[in-house]
Design a protein around this ligand. Sequence first.
Ligand code: ZN
Ligand code: ZN
Length: 341
Amino acid sequence: MKAIEYSAPRTFAIVERETPQPGPHQVLIRVKACGICKTDLTIHDGSFLAQFPLINGHEFAGVIEAVGSAVTEWKVGDRVTADNTELCGYCDACRDDKPLYCENFNSHGCNMPGGFAEYVLINHDKVFAISDRLSFEEATFTEPTACAVHGVDRIDPHFGDTVLMFGAGPTGIILAQLLRLAGAGRMVIADPHQDKLDILAKLGFPEEDLIVIDKADPAKHTAAIQALMPKGFDIVIDATGAPSITQATFQFVHKGSKIVVYGVCPADATIEVNPYQIFSEEYTIIGSFAQTHCFSRALYYLESGKVQVKDLISHRLPLEEYGHGLDLIVQKKAKKVVILP
Ligand SMILES: [Zn+2]
Ligand SMILES: [Zn+2]
């Protein structure tokens, strides 16, 4: 099979590898579509969970090509996607029913073979059926939607909570839709790119609450946001992964606010916080890391159309143009790039 394989950080090639064969409890998926995610940029640079050599790609969907001898619930031809996480089941966290904190957390596309290949091998218990209502391209959004479902679990919004979110990338736009469904009240969303804010407007988010981030002069958007909600927001989310934005979240809070770190900042980045302020204002600081066991809820929101993702896809490329797809994301010329192996 053809695959994109990294031999080391920033070093990848399209290679020919033997097509894997399913063990008794595995299924082989013929990948029809796999999304490039910002996390792939982090993996490209060798951080996040990355281990090399690696076939990356964690947002994939396709058709079952072969099933292992003990697999009874899946058959060749089924349209599926898969929860890319693999948990050991025997560490303290797994045995305490905290699977996301598994001490041996493995993830297809991060430290195990993923979907930028013609085929991917998955344990049968991680496979999820997709109906004909969902295209393979849309189904690649199940993983980012599952991450956003986990984000909503972590944020635990109260009915009517006011929300400020920085970042309207694909995952930010999905998270915004889920928070609205989860009962969020007024939501102000800020992003440097008007075309991304336009997608939110089309999804029914009021235009007066969509703010363009001015990177050259942050005082401008800061003032615009503060004018909308002078006393601060109940929930402030950084979905950009820019440490300067994580730092700035503290400018928009009030007593009792939740501050959410949702974007993936560089692993060695730091920000300054005032511990007295956290103490006296009773801030809650929330991290939201990936997901596990959120796929069925994510699929419901996608299949029901309650979460819309079609407009997020800006490019469809063959496997051979993976590098071009990465460049488009780095240069911020793309929304979602989907690879069609
Ligand atoms: Zn992702
Ligand atoms: Zn474990």
